[in-house]
Design a protein around this ligand. Structure first.
Ligand code: FAD
Ligand code: SF4
Length: 463
């Protein structure tokens, strides 16, 4: 194996996996991981670390993998990341660590994500053999709202510091987008997410599900009546956007959030469950991010012909490169430079097609991406029975509406400073609730940063 070429990773065959919900990528075994780790040049001025949003000591953990010291590798990663088995699977490595790896200049960058996943999985498999931390409780209570990556990371750091932490989760399952959004075929729920959650509970974190803070209980009640000295809000950005085009109220138009929640959280794909889901024969998914790729690949697995409609070109697709590659292998059709103008219904109010217009790219907009412009007279129709809107999400306004003094910006995101402190004393926030829809690693990093700030805040209050 030459140093410029990656150790190939085993995957399910496209034709097989397009009809099941099992994980696509099978990951490295020990020998493969050690061989891939041996490609790392252990650069002194490691560019990969600069590309990682939480600055994992990448050459440090890879050097341990190379020697077969997997527990040591885990300890190196865990200084910076609480969820390596998750982030190794879902981070956009091509634009982060791997995008900066020097080996990528002439060949293939080190498979940093796959190695991180290997170490995270190794830790999950061997957790029982690792000594449980001996934590002394300090008698101070902190409430965490939301059990996504930001809430889990914040809660576990605070628990390690000795705080009594309770997570309040609106849904009946713990994990946020990791359970209700990202499908099983990318992130296994029982094998990975549930076991990461168990590890958080082992630190002493209590988790109560089916509690909608703002409805079941307010933040003020938690702080004034239940004795929580600080609150972390990690409530995410689960409110879907629609286009505002004619026909969006027809039967057969759904948000990607609803479609994915029915399949992932409520197991609509499993015939043992009663969750209803309407897929039809032809599904069009509007959007080009990870959410769109997850929705379209789920629709394909449920038996539909599935198409992506995206208004920019392939170069601008915001989804992870690996997901786009996998989607293509699985037979997903991509209609690039195409924008919907209306959804067409039959006399009974069911979707029968989507009217679109062709686009071309103009000057770059404020996001730096070239803006799509309509080509006059290029209208056409795509016949379909279901349209799934995957156009982005924003935070739910409930907590702002029910908590005096909690400010949001014009996009509905909570206002928080660089330490995660919101505009209300004792209330901290992080993750998608602050940034708008972003990434797991950023949410996890924000949760950890807020845990530090909460500790400082409570210590200061004591004096
Ligand atoms: P969330 O994960 O959204 O968790 C918030 C939790 O708070 C939820 O469980 C919610 O039920 C709960 N909650 C909300 N309001 C309340 C309340 N009032 N009371 C109690 N609980 C409440 N990122 C990547 O890095 N890579 C990917 O490949 C990727 N793919 C994605 C695919 C999909 C389909 C989606 C939807 C997102 C994807 N993301 C991906 C984005 C990533 O998952 C999010 O950025 C991340 O999960 C945000 O974490 P969070 O903790 O801020 O919020
Ligand atoms: Fe290893 Fe690439 Fe990072 Fe250099 S940049 S330390 S080769 S992973």
């Amino acid at each position: 194996m030459d140093v410029l070429t990656r150790v190939p990773v085993r995957e399910q065959e496209p034709a097989v996996r397009a009809a099941n919900f099992e994980e696509v990528c099978l990951g490295y075994n020990e020998e493969e991981a050690m061989a891939e780790a041996a490609r790392c040049l252990n650069c002194k001025n490691a560019q990969c670390m600069k590309g990682c949003p939480v600055s994992i000591n990448i050459p440090g953990f890879i050097a341990e993998v190379k020697e077969g010291n997997f527990e040591a590798a885990y300890h190196v990663i865990s200084e910076s990341s609480a969820l390596p088995a998750v982030c190794g699977r879902v981070c956009p490595q091509e634009s982060q660590c791997e995008g900066s790896c020097v080996l990528g200049v002439k060949g293939e960058p080190v498979a940093i994500g796959k190695l991180e996943r290997f170490v995270g999985d190794w830790k999950i498999e061997n957790a029982d053999k690792m000594p449980a931390p001996d934590i002394k409780r300090n008698g101070h209570k902190v409430a965490v709202i939301g059990s996504g990556p930001s809430g889990l990371a914040c809660a576990s750091d605070l628990a390690r510091m000795g705080y009594e932490v309770k997570i309040f989760e609106a849904l009946h399952k713990v994990g946020g987008v990791l359970v209700y959004g990202i499908p099983e075929f990318r992130l296994p729920k029982e094998k990975i997410v549930a076991r990461e959650v168990e590890a958080v509970k082992k630190l002493g974190v209590e988790i109560e599900t089916d509690v909608i803070v703002g409805r079941t209980v307010t933040i003020d009640e938690l702080m004034n009546e239940e004795g929580y000295e600080a609150v972390f809000i990690g409530s995410g950005a689960g409110l879907p956007r629609f286009m505002g085009i004619p026909g969006e109220n027809l039967n057969g138009v759904v948000s990607a959030n609803e479609f994915l929640t029915r399949t992932n959280l409520m197991k609509a794909y499993d015939t043992h469950y009663d969750t209803p889901i309407y897929v039809g024969q032809r599904v069009v998914v509007v959007g080009g991010g990870n959410v769109a790729m997850d929705a379209v690949r789920t629709a394909k697995r449920l038996g539909a012909e599935a198409t992506i409609v995206y208004r920019r070109s392939e170069k601008e697709l915001p989804a992870r490169v690996e997901e786009v590659h996998h989607a293509k292998e699985e037979g997903i059709e991509f209609r690039m430079l195409t924008n919907p103008t209306s959804i067409i219904g039959d006399e009974k109010g069911w979707v029968v097609g989507i009217s679109c217009v062709e686009m071309e790219l103009g000057e770059p907009d404020e996001s730096g991406r070239r803006s799509p412009i309509e080509k006059a007279g290029s209208d056409f129709e795509i016949p379909c029975d279901v349209v799934i809107m995957a156009l982005g999400t924003s935070p739910n306004p409930l907590l702002k509406m029910t908590t005096e003094g909690l400010e949001t910006n014009r996009k509905g995101c909570l206002v928080a400073d660089e330490k995660g402190a919101t505009t209300r004393e004792g209330i901290f926030a992080g993750g998608d609730a602050v940034t708008g829809a972003a990434t797991v690693i950023l949410a996890m990093g924000a949760g950890r940063k807020a845990a530090k700030s909460i500790d400082e805040y409570i210590r200061q209050k004591k004096h």
